[in-house]
Design a protein around this ligand. Structure first.
Ligand code: VTB
Length: 323
């Protein structure tokens, strides 16, 4: 992959964010998602690459755009796997809550796990605890490991968990061990990334969320030098069969960070849609100006860029979708 690709990809997430932010607070999550997907698809055409969607909006028969297997880019560039979540947090945008983002991960062809859309158990930590965690460890042991690695008292650790009934027992065990829990409503890509950024104060992410989001998070965590592991959680025989079809003979096998993203080079780009801890949301500044806040990073070099941009929406008709 060449380094220009990173900056090209952030232009794609910017477009998707500006488009979907126009749906904030309108209670229409599908429209917000469609706006993000359409803008993203339009922008991809201009990029010099031979991209293949490996994680997208669904299979060809159920998603008209950004379906798994779709070819992206103008064909004059590196062969890459692309994972997209045009709007990570459709419900967040519909309700006007925090932390919705538009996200893309890219890696060398064949390097991203082709995760089906099902649940995935995940764990993520920042670089201090890299190489020391295991999803097979009981949560109590993981907490001790992270406390030691970060040189913090267990009482001072912050563990981020998605607020869902499926996590009630997990949360009780974390509290019983003495650590602090930060519950969030939606958007576990942001939660995974937070473990790698010391200013967030988040030390550990655990819980079960979407598998596509898991692979995208793993690319981001790789760029930030952290560690992640996962395990698919098929809910029925059909889902277990899908895992086998994608080459996992044991659908419940532990997936290491390398299994999730196998190349040393990966790119992650995200633009905030609504206000968040990692990124500001899109701001409409008056006239036709929209301001975006993005992060783009590359695992190979470890460079992290925060990019603030002002866009004239009248010059980009595909960004204006809410007339
Ligand atoms: C997960 C998580 C996502 O939606 O997919 C979640 O990975 C869905 O969980 O980040 P439920 O089925 O319990 O609602 C997000 O939070 C947002 O897309």
């Amino acid at each position: 992959m060449d380094r220009e690709l990173a900056l090209e990809l952030v232009r794609v997430t910017e477009a998707a964010a500006v488009s979907s932010a126009q749906w904030m607070g309108r209670g229409q999550k599908d429209e917000a998602d469609d706006a993000a997907t359409t803008a993203m698809r339009t922008m991809f055409d201009s990029i010099a690459m031979e991209g293949t969607v490996v994680i997208g909006e669904g299979e060809l028969d159920e998603a008209p755009m950004l379906y798994i297997g779709e070819k992206l880019g103008n064909g004059n560039g590196p062969e890459v796997d692309i994972a997209v979540d045009p709007l990570e947090g459709t419900n967040i945008v519909a309700k006007g809550h925090n932390n919705a983002m538009s996200v893309i991960a890219a890696a060398d062809r064949g390097a991203l796990l082709h995760a089906p859309d099902m649940y995935m158990q995940k764990i993520a930590v920042g670089k201090q605890a890299r190489g020391q965690i295991s999803l097979d460890d009981p949560i109590e042991k993981t907490i001790e490991t992270v406390a030691k690695a970060t040189n913090k008292r267990i009482n001072d650790l912050t563990i981020i968990v998605q607020e869902r009934p499926r996590h009630e027992e997990l949360v009780e065990r974390i509290r019983a061990k003495g650590a602090r829990v930060k519950l969030f409503g939606d958007g576990d890509v942001e939660a995974s990334i937070a473990t790698c950024l010391p200013h967030t104060g988040i030390d550990l992410f655990v819980g079960t969320g979407g598998a596509p989001e898991g692979v995208i998070s793993a690319a981001a965590v790789k760029c930030l030098g952290g560690d992640m592991q996962a395990r698919l959680v098929p809910q029925n025989d059909e889902e277990a069969q899908r895992c086998i079809e994608m080459g996992l003979n044991d659908p419940k096998q532990l997936l290491t960070h390398h299994d999730l993203v196998s190349s040393d080079d990966a790119i992650f780009a995200a633009t905030g849609v609504t206000e968040g801890e990692l990124l500001h949301g899109v701001k409409f500044l008056g006239g036709d100006l929209a301001e975006t806040d993005s992060i783009v990073m590359r695992a190979k070099t470890g460079t992290i860029r925060f990019i603030k941009a002002n866009h004239h929406m009248n010059n980009k008709p595909h960004l204006l979708n809410n007339d």
